[in-house]
Every structure is written in C-alpha cells, then in structure tokens.
Design a protein around this ligand. Structure first.
Ligand SMILES: Cc1cc2nc3c(=O)[nH]c(=O)nc-3n(C[C@H](O)[C@H](O)[C@H](O)COP(=O)(O)O)c2cc1C
Ligand code: SF4
Length: 437
C-alpha cells in the first residue's frame, strides 16, 4: 500500500496528515439546543476516525449564536465550549486521526434560526432568493465584531488542542455573501470590486493570525465557481474561478495554509452535494422550515404538488450537469496551478483510482469526502484492502441531506440495505455509546 499515493502522508506547513483522505464537513443536529456539544457528536466523529481517514474537518461550527444555521449544532462562541472540543479532539486523536474545526457564520442562510435572533446578518439586506430568509445588512461595527468572533473561535480551537481551523468561505454562508458578486450589493469599502468584497475574509485571516500566531493550521473552503443563477436564472451568476483564483492568492499572502475547493453560492446547490433532489423525501422534512423564510410555504406546496415537484427536480438535476465524482477537479486544478499552498478538493469522490489520478495529475493534493463516507464509514479501509469502489457505493440520492433537518444524519437510501430495520439501526448507531451508560 505504501506506493499508493492515497496512503502517502501529506505535510502542510504546520500539520501532517497520515493519508490523502479527509472526512468532509458533515454532521446532524446531534448537540444541545444552546450549542453545547454532547456524546452523540463524539460518537459521530469517532466513527470516521476509526474508518481510517487522515483528518476530519468538522461540520459548520458557529462562531456566534447569531451565525448558526440550525439549533443543535455545537458552537465555539465562548470559552466554556473549549472543554467539549478538547474531549472530542482527544477521542479523535486516540484513533490516530487529526481534527480541523470549521469556523462558520451563516449570515442570512439560516434554515431554522432558533429563538435568539429571528433575522440573520449579511452583506446585503436582500432576502436569500430560494427560501426567502430575511436579513439585515451588517454595519461596520457588526463587521468588526464578527471578524473578532472568528479570531476568538480560532483561539478556542487552538486552546482545545485541535489540529487546525477551516474558514467556511463557501456555499453561500456569510463569507460567500461578502465575496460573491451575485449577492454583495454594498457600496462601501466591503462591496463593489473584488478587492473590496474580499476585505471581510482577509480581515478575518489577519485577525486569526494575530490571535493564534503563524504556526497553527488555517485553511479556507471556497466555492471556486458560484453558479449563483443555477436555480433562479435572473440572479447574477456570481464569482467565476478566475475571481476565486485571485481571492486564493490574497488568502495565501495573508497567511492561509491550504485551500479546500467546493462550489455553489448556496447550500444546498445543484452542484453541491451533487446528485438527486429527492422531492418525495424532502416534503417529509421541509415543513420544519416553513416559518423560516418568506418563500418556504410556496416551496413546500410546490414540492408536494404535481407537476411542480417534477419540474423542480428536473431543473435541479439539469443544473447539476453530467458529472458527480470529481466535479470540482477542473476548478481545483486551476487554483492549484495559481497558488503555492496545498489544495484539497471535495465533490463525489468514492473511487480509489479517480482519487489517485486527481492527485498524480496535480489537480489536488488530497480529497475530502462527505456522503460516500456516510454510506461506507470504512471506505478508506476498503481502499486499503484493494477495492477500487465499495461494493455498495453511495448513490448520491441526497436522502441524507434532506433528512438532516429533522432526523439523525446517516444513510437513508433503503436500496443500499437488506431491510429498513438495518438502515434504521445504522442511523441510530450514532447514539451508541449513550451519554449515561
Ligand atoms: C448532510 C450534509 C451536511 C453538510 N454540512 C456541511 C457543513 O457543515 N459544512 C460544509 O462546508 N459542507 C457541508 N456539507 C458538504 C460536504 O462537506 C461536502 O463538501 C459535499 O457534500 C460534497 O462532497 P461529497 O460528494 O463527498 O458528499 C454537507 C453535506 C451534507 C450531505
Ligand atoms: S442517503 Fe446514502 S446513498 Fe444517498 S447520498 Fe446520502 S449517503 Fe449517499
């Protein structure tokens, strides 16, 4: 196996990972309403560490309560959170795996806002177009406070003994809302030309470096091409890969150690996670979003009603394009050839030879995997045993995605299991061991 590039260790500036496979950011609503973490999240992360990934990149971890996407995701908004993250990091380290925490802020993209802050903050005061999440345009004082919240989050991650942090600068959350030409409509120093739109994230990077020094791993996930008009054609198309290359070069100069390449200016987006849009499954959980946005009731009715349900699904699948596995590789290659820091690519990976080729042809240095690891927690071990693809691969059905709002995260594609009972057992395994055995 030593000659297999997938299993060669990778050295970042201040972090060495044992192989080239990262668990991409994902989790269910496993934690407590107030943002404190619990045993189920530890169980969740340990599953993947045991499955052999070199590093886990956490799911969305809000740096402020105002910046959460849903309640019940653990936060890093105050010092009292540090002991939980320390315990989680230790449990993952015990399995010979690294842990990188994703510092995040939702901005206006909040599926279920919770009771503390009914409206999100954003670069703009335009509601998010698909669901109609309303928001307030941030003042300069709010921008400064948020920049500092990211820096404090990084400090807490370091104090917790974690291996690094990732800025969630992708998929339509707050940093994208500043970077994107399709979203940011400000006319001050944070809006207009790309240099101004990038000011917010570059201030965050500098503030983090000031808080944690230069020797703590810091990476940024970016939507290299935004396809901002993929579902709503009258929206602006958003940033191109050329724009993102410039941003990545500035990030590198400001002290970022790696770039994680994603796509799409919203979450979800037809290209991320790329696959189906299972409308029949979505109507079972989308009801929990009805009070969140001004278009959510309309969408709920559309998802339930023929022929709008089919039309929406067809639009989604068409906007995705033909490729699923490795669909971000062209963008990743373009960015890698323009920066000196390593590049991690996400998007559909579950075939060892595809990953090996992507690394050897310099499209990326490592890959991050989400759904295929939910489907096969031991995917890396299967690769090590010589499988090119797992016997029961992820079908990209996206049933896990549409369940995550109401149900525990796991694989919901019944066709992959011998019975429904087996599927439920797999989903519920995240509660083992229980908090009070
Ligand atoms: C249920 C679910 C939750 C996700 N949560 C996050 C997240 O919190 N932060 C993030 O950057 N990406 C998130 N993603 C995107 C994944 O990390 C990954 O980049 C994307 O699904 C493409 O990779 P895949 O095809 O291997 O799943 C999520 C994806 C899914 C399916
Ligand atoms: S439900 Fe299962 S098969 Fe479908 S995308 Fe999610 S992990 Fe893959």
């Amino acid at each position: 196996m030593a000659d297999n590039i997938l299993f060669q260790p990778f050295k970042f500036r201040h972090l060495t990972v044992k192989n080239r496979i990262f668990r991409s950011n994902l989790s269910g609503r496993f934690d407590n309403y107030d943002g404190s973490g619990n045993q189920a999240r530890i169980n969740w992360e340990v599953k993947f560490a045991r499955g052999g990934v070199g590093a886990i990149i956490s799911s969305f971890v809000p740096v402020q309560i105002h910046g959460r996407i849903v309640p019940n995701y653990a936060t890093i908004d105050r010092d009292e959170r540090i002991p939980f993250w320390r315990e989680l990091g230790k449990r993952v380290h015990d399995e010979d795996c690294k842990f990188i925490l994703q510092l995040s802020h939702s901005g206006r993209q909040r599926d279920i806002p919770g009771i503390e802050f009914p409206k999100g903050l954003s670069s703009t005061n335009k509601p998010e177009p698909l669901h109609g999440f309303e928001c307030e345009r941030m003042t300069i004082a709010q921008i400064r406070e948020t920049v500092q919240a990211f820096a404090s989050g990084a400090r807490r991650a370091r104090e917790a003994g974690l291996d690094g942090v990732e800025l969630h600068g992708a998929n339509g959350y707050l940093i994208t809302q500043f970077l994107s030409s399709g979203i940011n409509d400000r006319d001050d120093e944070y809006g207009g030309p790309l240099e101004n739109r990038a000011r917010f994230v570059l201030e965050i990077v500098r503030a983090i470096r000031q808080e944690v020094g230069n020797d703590f791993h810091l990476q940024m996930k970016i939507s290299a091409t935004e396809y901002n008009n993929a579902v709503i054609p009258w929206e602006g198309k958003g940033n191109t890969v050329e724009d993102s290359i410039k941003v990545c070069q500035w990030l590198e100069q400001a002290g970022v150690d790696a770039i994680h390449v994603s796509t799409g200016s919203s979450f979800p987006h037809p290209r991320n996670p790329a696959g189906d849009f299972p409308v029949e499954e979505a109507v079972k959980t989308y009801d929990s979003m009805i009070s969140s946005g001004i278009h959510t009731f309309r969408n709920f009715l559309a998802f339930r009603t023929w022929p709008f349900d089919r039309a929406f699904r067809a639009l989604w699948v068409k906007a995705r394009g033909d490729q699923t596995e490795g669909l971000n590789l062209p963008d990743s290659r373009a960015i890698k050839s323009a920066v000196h820091v390593p590049v991690i690519c996400t998007g559909g990976f579950q075939t060892a030879s595809v990953i090996g080729r992507a690394i050897s042809d310099a499209s990326c240095d490592a890959v991050s995997i989400g759904r295929p690891l939910v489907a096969n927690n031991d995917l890396v071990k299967l690769f090590a045993q010589g499988y090119d693809r797992p016997p029961k691969p992820c079908t990209y059905s996206n049933k896990c995605l549409v369940n995550v709002l109401e149900n525990p995260l796991g694989c919901y594609d019944e066709s992959r299991f011998n019975s429904r009972e087996e599927m439920i057992q797999q989903i519920m395994s995240v509660f083992n061991p229980p908090p009070f055995p």
